[in-house]
Design a protein around this ligand. Structure first.
Ligand code: FES
Length: 378
């Protein structure tokens, strides 16, 4: 039932002498709130049911802690380097992303379930009726609402539930640690430890494995072992082909051949410009000899967020990225001319092998492919 008669206001002395409980009820009355029900969820302290409820909440926080730590462990120690299907270690590698999602998801879920259960089991389920009113809050109102909040804290009994406090701190802490590792993991794992190898962000699978090795351009026929090299006669003027690196030393090596086709920074598009367009080409400083006649090879990895820039429009000589519609001008060293990308597509230096008549890469890209990263200067 709601009361409509405002209560008598206490003097300053009376206010100072009031207990928390009195202030709570007075505050309710001043706001025209009637507390209809305010039951203590555990009127008899220390019962087995209460202890069971406490352990249940603690269990969820412990699950949060375990999964948060598991997330950090997976992020740091699980094998995450790309492994091609049908090769050793692929199964473990394929579990990496699902495990990250499952452990972090379970950690967040468990903290949420623990908090919900605590609210359900230990916070009094108050039923109150309040009349609406206008205007700001007086000092009296502020004092009473503070008392109300403090009362809720005391009645929630959190102060004396050290098991829940400890496990909640552990669960939330481990989850926070997992998220922190996620954010700073790149620094913990030192991505630059192998900056000179083909597996760092600075290099791709086009990097020759030894001095003088020729890395040829091959197309993907669907069968890794069917090696189809690409030469100038394979492209018509205005044509484009996607190519991948191939080394003679890997001709019979199924694992290496599949890896070269699947590695994410390997795909390159080789474009043969029409002769009338080729005359208008503007080359990038220091990369004037990267093309072979009218043939230009650019990475297919978009410099915005790394999608494949798979579309080449012959009429306009634009290379398009379907993800966020960036466009690059193939006549001007693939510099971005529309959309969110701000860097040109990296150009692969190519030539034709006199012996075989096929294209090969004269070196790896001289700049990183794909999106920016902190240490990238170009
Ligand atoms: S990834 Fe290519 S435009 Fe965004």
């Amino acid at each position: 039932m709601s009361s409509t008669n405002p209560p008598e206001l206490p003097s300053d002395e009376e206010l100072a002498a009031m207990s928390r409980e009195d202030l709570v009820r007075l505050g309710g009355k001043l706001d025209e709130v009637d507390i209809v029900e305010y039951p203590d969820p555990w009127p008899v302290k220390g019962t087995r049911a209460e202890k069971r409820a406490e352990r249940l909440v603690a269990l969820w926080f412990l699950i949060a802690a375990a999964s948060g730590l598991a997330f950090a462990g997976v992020f740091l120690f699980w094998p995450s380097a790309y492994t091609a299907p049908d090769t050793d270690g692929y199964f473990m590698y394929s579990l990496y992303t699902p495990l990250l999602g499952a452990t972090l998801g379970l950690s967040v879920l468990s903290v949420g379930v623990g908090a919900l259960l605590y609210t359900k089991k230990f916070i009094p389920h108050e039923v109150s009726v309040q009349q609406r009113h206008d205007g700001g809050s007086a000092e009296l109102d502020k004092a009473t609402i503070l008392a109300h909040l403090a009362d809720a804290g005391v009645r929630s009994t959190i102060a004396r539930r050290s098991l829940i406090k400890r496990t909640a701190g552990l669960g939330a802490g481990a989850m926070g640690l997992g998220i922190g590792v996620f954010a700073l993991g790149g620094l913990v794992r030192d991505p630059w430890a192998q900056s000179d190898t083909e597996n760092s962000l600075w290099h791709t699978g086009w990097k020759p494995k030894h001095e003088g090795e020729k890395v040829f351009l091959r197309r993907d026929t669907g069968d890794p072992e069917e090696v189809a090299l690409v030469g100038p006669a394979d492209l018509d003027a205005g044509g484009m082909e996607t190519v991948f690196p191939f080394r003679e030393t890997e001709r019979k090596d199924h694992e290496a051949l599949s890896k070269a086709l699947k590695r994410s920074d390997n795909p390159v598009m080789i474009i043969r410009l029409r002769p009338e367009d080729a005359r208008r080409v503007v080359k990038h400083q220091g990369q004037e000899d990267f093309n072979f006649g009218d043939y230009y090879a650019y990475t297919k990895i978009c410099s915005h967020l790394g999608c494949p820039t798979s579309l080449y429009e012959q009429r306009t000589n634009r290379i398009l990225c379907p993800c966020h519609q960036s466009q690059f001008n193939a006549l001007e060293y693939a510099k971005p001319i529309f959309g969110p990308a701000t860097r040109k597509l990296a150009q692969l230096p190519i030539a034709v092998d006199e012996e075989t008549g096929y294209f090969y890469a004269r070196s790896d890209f001289i700049e990183p492919v794909g999106p920016a990263f902190w240490e990238r200067k170009s």
